[in-house]
Design a protein around this ligand. Sequence first.
Ligand SMILES: Cc1cc2nc3c(=O)[nH]c(=O)nc-3n(C[C@H](O)[C@H](O)[C@H](O)COP(=O)(O)OP(=O)(O)OC[C@H]3O[C@@H](n4cnc5c(N)ncnc54)[C@H](O)[C@@H]3O)c2cc1C
Length: 201
Amino acid sequence: MEKYSVIIIGGGPAGLTCGITLASSKGKFDFAEEKKYLVIYDDYSDLDKALLRNVPGIQKGIRGKDLLKRIRKQASEFDNLILKKGKVVEAHGEKGNFTVKLESGEEYRSEYLVVATGFHRFDIKGLDLEIIPHRKSPRPGKIMIKNEGGKVRDGLFVAGLVAGVPTMYASASGSGAEVACDILSEWAGKTVVVHDVPDTD
Ligand SMILES: Cc1cc2nc3c(=O)[nH]c(=O)nc-3n(C[C@H](O)[C@H](O)[C@H](O)COP(=O)(O)OP(=O)(O)OC[C@H]3O[C@@H](n4cnc5c(N)ncnc54)[C@H](O)[C@@H]3O)c2cc1C
C-alpha cells in the first residue's frame, strides 16, 4: 500500500491550495525533499457552480469550473503532488499512520491527513470526528468538523468550509494554505512559510 506524507481528502479550493502549498516547499527545506502528497477528490466542488467577480487577482467573470481546471493543471505540474479521482468512504489511524479507503477498494496510507470536503455532508466512516452545525453559513443544514484553528488532533487537520470558514473562495483557499504551513512548521520544528522570490530584481 502506497504511503504519502500527507493525504488531502477534497479537491476544491481548500484541498488544492493545501496540496500546492505543501508541494511548493520542495527545494526550500531539506526535510521537504522526499515528501509526497496525495489529493483525493470526487465529482462535486461548490466552485463548479460559481462565477467569480470578487476574487483578487483572478480574471473577473471566470467560471468556477474553469478556474478549478486551471488549479488542477497547476497542481499536476508538481512532481511530488498526485491528484486522484475517487470517493473516500473510510479513514482510520493516528499521526504517522493513517489509512484512507476509497469506494473502489483502493487504500492509501499517510503520515498526516487533511479533510477538505466542503460543508454539505460528511459521510466518511472511521475518524470519530465531531460534526457540528456550520458556524458561518448563511444557509441552514450545513456542517463543519469541530477543530481548533484547523487542527482536530495530532496529525489530523481540516481545511476550507468543513473547517468552518465563510463560504468564500479566498477564505477556503486561505484555510488550505494555513493548514499546509502548520504541517510544514511541525516538520521544521519552528514556524515556516513558503515564499518564492524572483532570481533578479
Ligand atoms: C453558486 C455558488 C456561487 C459562488 N460564488 C462565489 C463568489 O462569487 N465568490 C466567492 O469567493 N465564493 C463563491 N462561492 C463559494 C466557493 O465556491 C466556496 O467557498 C469554495 O468552493 C469552498 O471550497 P472548499 O474547498 O472548502 O469546498 P468545495 O469547493 O465544496 O470542495 C470540496 C471537495 O471535497 C470533495 N469531497 C467531498 N467529500 C469527498 C469524499 N468523501 N471523497 C473524496 N472527495 C470528497 C469534493 O469532490 C470537492 O473536491 C460560490 C459557491 C456557490 C455554490
